[in-house]
Ligand binder design. Structure first.
Ligand code: GLU
Length: 579
């Protein structure tokens, strides 16, 4: 997974131009970056591990350049493995988003004599283009024939310095073409074109785009016939500043006050989803990571409001053998980016069943939103931090609202959430408790009922944000095994989001404390039951969302206490567009 970018046009300082676009797409991967441009006699490459620098200058001008921000799938995080990769002549350079599943066999068949300079699957692409050109193909034909050899999902941008041409193709990886006043640009994310392009076009799967300084042409990969490019307005530039907050993570945690207030006024948006649920006997909720836990939480509200059979399955596990009721199944995919490859696959699986598809999504112009029969926007605004916070909240709220509509209940009272959130966000005690437990090497997080997905999400936030091993268990399961992990001082968070959950929580707290564990109760725990208590009002049926925010804040402060930048944790990316 990564972000790819290309520019062809009037002579300009391409390094800062490409770097600006790469920074916008860093959420797609940030272990390394690279830029390739026409430096006169060959393509010059600048490739480094780490984040894209904010100040990159250039003295000379160029008319063609490509760039990449990487999330390694094949080969370590090194300068050599960073993209672009070039061919032996130094005239062809390529950036690649995706995985080439048959890279090894293509190497054996076509490239046995090539000296590879990286360990990536991607490096075969410039060499295969050269191989085809050495066998009398034009650059464009060579790119087309190379792409047809690749298995897996990929977007590829290739530049030929000698002809100043760029060719791009995609299969199941997002790619947009932008028309600028001074030329063309290609990018994985339309936001990378928002400032610079006057209009943009989606590049459909298996189409080849060929750019020169003055022309843009799109061809159907199979037939070779020309296809009209369908231009759309450029998306608006989005606000991505973190204002006075030190990190996007904490800014986005605070954004939830506004997001929940706004969503509470938009409850009519969920009616199509509620109607779709009414028409189906089987509901399959799916998502990845935090979105999967939001689905697990939402399923509990929905199950109180419909007689339909409800399953919740991680998107990576949706397969032909997953239970479905064919056309009687409604698949609801939760996704922030709308581009997550595992979720795209799950939606495609749903289509083979003849199921109706719905998505609860932040990016309403995304691949998954385009695939779905019913789209409910979560309206959370741009989420930059890799740690999902406001998107989880907004997805959960959307499913809560849907359950209310199904049950014929009023939903306006969820507005109250915003004022309670403010008081949780101002609770200085949470940072103090975070500091106290941050030095441990592992912790337990317990929750049952609605508290269970909140516990799972808490453990995920702690793991992602601070590399501290946190494991979530159902509160009642503690005594069936996990209790063996408890030792002197081991932190154990016990979440109780209702009076019922509190009963089990109080027992678990006592069991942990009597073995020396350090219990942090989250909820209405009576005095003296826990070592520390984060008191949260648990009287409403959406109280778990308040517990969620307290736990997001705790996870943030643990990350800070451990010196980790929670906006960009190691090994991760915001939007996972590979399988
Ligand atoms: N598979 C390629 C690599 O590991 C591309 C990964 C990406 O999409 O960032 O370099």
């Amino acid at each position: 997974m990564c972000g790819v970018f290309g520019y062809v046009g009037q002579p300009t300082q391409v390094i800062p131009l490409v770097a600006d676009a790469l920074r916008i797409m860093e959420y797609r991967g940030y272990d390394s970056w690279g830029i390739g441009w026409d430096a006169g006699s060959e393509v010059a490459l600048l490739k480094r591990t780490g984040r894209v620098p904010t100040s990159l200058a250039q003295d000379n001008l160029a008319t063609i350049a490509i760039g990449h921000t990487r999330w390694a799938t094949h080969g370590g995080v090194t300068d050599a493995n960073a993209h672009p990769h070039s061919d032996k002549s130094g005239q062809i350079a390529v950036v690649h988003n995706g995985v080439i599943e048959n890279a090894e066999s293509l190497k054996t068949t076509y490239l046995a004599n090539v000296a590879f300079r990286s360990e990536t699957d991607s490096e075969i692409v410039p060499h295969l283009i050269r191989w085809h050109m050495d066998h009398s193909d034009t650059f464009t034909d060579a790119v087309r024939k190379t792409f047809l050899l690749l298995e897996g999902s990929s977007a590829i941008l290739a530049m030929d310095r000698s002809t100043t041409m760029m060719a791009a193709i995609t299969a199941r990886s997002p790619l947009r073409l932008g028309r600028r006043t001074d030329g063309w640009e290609l990018a994985s994310d339309p936001l990378a074109c928002a400032r610079s392009s006057q209009e943009i076009a989606v590049i459909p799967d298996h189409h080849l785009v060929v750019l020169t300084r003055d022309t843009a042409q799109m061809l159907d990969l199979a037939s070779g016939s020309e296809v009209a490019i369908s231009w759309e307005p450029t998306p608006e530039e989005t606000e991505t500043s973190r204002g006075t907050f030190p990190h996007f993570t904490i800014k986005e945690i605070h954004d939830q006050v506004e997001v929940t207030r706004d969503l509470a006024t938009r409850h009519a948006d969920v009616e199509p989803l509620a109607h779709a649920i009414q028409r189906h006997s089987h509901i399959l909720l799916t998502g990845c990571g935090s979105a999967y836990y939001a689905a697990t939480l939402g399923a509990q509200w929905l199950s109180q409001a419909t007689n339909a059979w409800i399953d919740v399955v991680p998107a990576s596990e949706v397969s032909p053998s997953t239970r479905s009721a064919g056309a009687n199944t409604l698949v609801i995919a939760l996704t922030q980016s709308g581009e997550t490859a595992d979720v795209v696959d799950a939606m495609q699986q749903a289509q083979t069943w003849g199921a109706t598809t719905a998505t609860v999504v932040n990016t309403e112009t995304s691949t998954i939103a385009n695939m779905a029969d019913v789209v409910v926007g979560i309206k959370a605004g741009v989420e930059r931090s890799v740690l999902a916070t406001k998107s989880f909240m907004a997805m959960a709220m959307r499913l809560h609202q849907t359950a209310r509509v199904l049950a014929g209940e009023p939903i306006a009272e969820t507005t109250d959430l915003s004022s309670t959130l403010e008081s949780i966000l101002n609770d200085a005690d949470i940072a103090r408790i975070a500091k106290k437990i941050a030095d441990n090497s592992s912790m337990l997080v317990l929750g049952n009922g609605f508290g269970r997905p909140i516990a799972q999400e808490t453990a995920l936030k702690v793991k992602e944000g601070s590399y501290l091993h946190a494991e979530a268990f159902s509160t009642g399961e503690l005594k069936h095994g996990p209790l063996a992990l408890v030792d002197e001082g081991v932190p154990c968070i016990v979440i109780a989001t209702s009076r019922d959950e509190l009963k089990r929580g109080v027992i678990a707290a006592a069991e942990v404390r009597s073995r020396g564990g350090y219990v942090i109760g989250v909820g209405d725990f009576p005095e003296g039951v826990c070592s520390e208590t984060i008191r949260i009002d648990s009287s409403s049926d959406y109280a778990c969302l308040l517990h969620l925010v307290a736990m997001q804040k705790l996870a943030y402060h643990i990350a800070i206490a451990r010196g980790v930048d929670p906006d960009f944790p190691r090994n991760l990316a915001k939007s996972v567009t590979v399988r």
